[in-house]
Design a protein around this ligand. Structure first.
Ligand code: CP3
Length: 362
């Protein structure tokens, strides 16, 4: 299992082809997911280990992806912090009592590990057993800034105005909120690893709403703390954000092993920015999955060319699979990456072997 394509790529080791999985690979674009959702709410699925496990496995069966991401939601842990969370149809997450004062921050509970999302830990155990080593399991959590943005705004947002107002005008309360979220997130991810997750991804989806300096000063220290505390577990950490092209070095300074980038930056430029010591994940525009196959193929080739077959590229979208995506195009994408990636990694491996020969490494 330590030898899986996906885990090898996280460690920047050579692989037989480019590993691929997709953010939001489970979800509404799959008829088998919709069938389960017809009789269970999103939170029901997250609270019932067998359902969460089943939904996690659906895309692995259908798509042949190289990793299974456990099914949950980045906002699930806030329920154990005393927040009332709902998912309203067509609206996304809704928090009716948003956290906008230092008192509200102080009232947040710091749940014990077992209280955070016990069904998810059990779902990870079930998925590991069911997969029998076929592909590794990715655990995940929301990063403190992105989770804070939902807590403060009360839902999705366009300008993150309340979040930024709070961050700029209540710096001590902001730090207290980040501190709480970083601690709960660390506990949650440690427990996922203890249950069997072989990598973890931190979703800082809305990081790109901030300026590089604000991210560096007011968010990065907390991400760094999480990464540092996970380090002893020995599992790779992936840090994902969108709109981060202007501060990829800052994300790399978190210490995460893999940086996941969106499509607003050339993969080659992004890799140069994060440096050769990190693996990279990305970065197809999810909307390309609505295009004709020749266009999907053209865009996949471009990304693989930019990766140049170098060890350490994990193919993914630049953000999650969109709900209306044709499932057959997603299957096509996964097969295509495996097919084209084989030639490209073979060339990259040869080049690497030549370099190692010259420098006498390995
Ligand atoms: O990737 C996977 O297959 C695992 C499942 C997963 C979900 N949410 C299930 C879900 C993951 C990794 C997430 C992460 C998540 N949740 C993020 C970070 C990734 C990103 O897209 O930026 C964010 C920002 C959220 C918060 C969230 N949850 C929103 C904004 C919404 C509504 C918008 C939408 O996509 O529907 C959700 C709901 C949600 N979470 C759904 C799923 C499958 C769809 C709701 C449903 O089935 O009714």
């Amino acid at each position: 299992m330590a030898d899986s394509r996906f885990l090898r790529a996280c460690r920047r080791e050579r692989t037989d082809t480019t590993p691929v999985w997709l953010m939001r690979q489970a979800g509404r674009y799959l008829p088998e997911y919709r069938a389960i959702r017809a009789r269970a709410s999103l939170l029901d699925i997250c609270n019932r280990a067998e359902l969460a496990a089943e939904v996690t496995l659906q895309p692995v069966r259908r798509l042949g992806v190289d990793a299974a991401i456990i099914f949950a939601d980045i906002l699930l842990p806030v329920v154990s912090m005393g927040i009332r969370l709902e998912f309203a149809a067509g609206e996304g997450p809704v928090i009716r009592d948003p956290v906008r004062t230092s008192e509200a921050v102080a009232r947040l509970r710091r749940p014990e590990t077992e209280e955070i999302a016990p069904a998810i830990y059990n779902a990870i155990r079930l998925v590991r057993r069911e997969l029998g080593g076929k592909v590794p399991v990715i655990g995940f959590a929301g990063a403190p800034f992105t989770v804070a943005s939902y807590l403060i705004e009360g839902g999705s947002s366009r300008h993150y105005l309340e979040t930024k107002r709070f961050m700029f005008s209540e710096p001590r309360a902001w730090d207290a909120l980040m501190d709480t979220l970083a601690d709960v997130t660390t506990r949650y991810l440690r427990a996922q690893v203890a249950a069997g997750a072989q990598t973890v991804q931190l979703f800082d989806s809305w990081a790109g709403a901030l300026s590089p300096l604000d991210y560096q000063e007011r968010v990065l220290p907390w991400v760094k703390r999480i990464v540092t505390r996970l380090r002893p577990l020995g599992v790779p950490v992936i840090l994902f954000g969108t709109g981060t092209a202007g501060f990829l070095q800052v994300l790399a300074a978190s210490g995460a092993d893999v940086i996941s980038v969106d499509w607003r930056v050339r993969l080659a430029d992004a890799w140069a920015a994060i440096g050769p010591e990190r693996a990279i994940q990305g970065n197809l525009d999810p909307a390309v999955l609505f295009a004709p196959r020749r266009e999907i193929a053209r865009q996949v080739r471009t990304i693989l060319e930019q990766a140049g077959g170098r060890p350490g590229h994990i193919f993914n979208l630049g953000h999650g699979v969109l709900p209306e995506t044709p499932a057959e195009n997603v299957c096509y994408l996964v097969d295509l990456v495996h097919e084209l990636g084989a030639a490209s990694t073979a060339a990259g491996n040869e080049e690497q072997a030549a370099v190692d020969g010259i420098t006498g490494e390995r």
